[in-house]
Write a protein that binds this ligand. Structure first.
Ligand SMILES: [Zn+2]
Length: 128
């Protein structure tokens, strides 16, 4: 019996998008900024990046870093810097950057101190 018609296989694209969504949401929750409208930024980004990866399948591993940057940009316009750097105790509060900007295995880094802070999705480990 062929069941392929009734079940939609979950391909690498859907898995990558699902993982990206989960990682960025975890970081938003860690900073207690996962308000409904902020979550909608994540959904918007995931929808745009689905289109993007469909055009360029080789970019599938880059989706988590890109969604993180999309959400960061959306938050900056609406609320302000996110996520704030937990490393630098003095001076102006500043946001962490995603590195690599276009690559697999994205991390939050402090560009000022040159410190790798946490993997995207693991900000909760450095918040207290
Ligand atoms: Zn810093």
């Amino acid at each position: 019996m062929d069941s392929s018609a009734s079940s939609v296989p979950v391909g690498p694209l859907e898995r990558a998008l699902h993982a990206a969504r989960a990682l960025v949401l975890a970081d938003l929750v860690a900073d207690e900024v996962a308000e409904p409208d902020v979550v909608s930024f994540v959904e918007d980004s995931v929808a745009q990046r689905r289109w993007w990866v469909e055009q360029w399948p080789e970019g599938v591993d880059f989706v988590a870093g890109l969604v993180a940057q999309d959400v960061q940009d959306a938050l900056l316009e609406r609320y302000g810097r996110w996520p704030l750097c937990p490393v630098c105790g003095s001076g102006d509060p500043h946001a962490l950057d995603v590195e690599p900007e276009l690559g697999a295995d994205p991390h939050w880094v402090c560009a000022k101190a040159g410190v790798l802070v946490a993997a995207v999705g693991s900000l909760g480990s450095v918040r207290r």
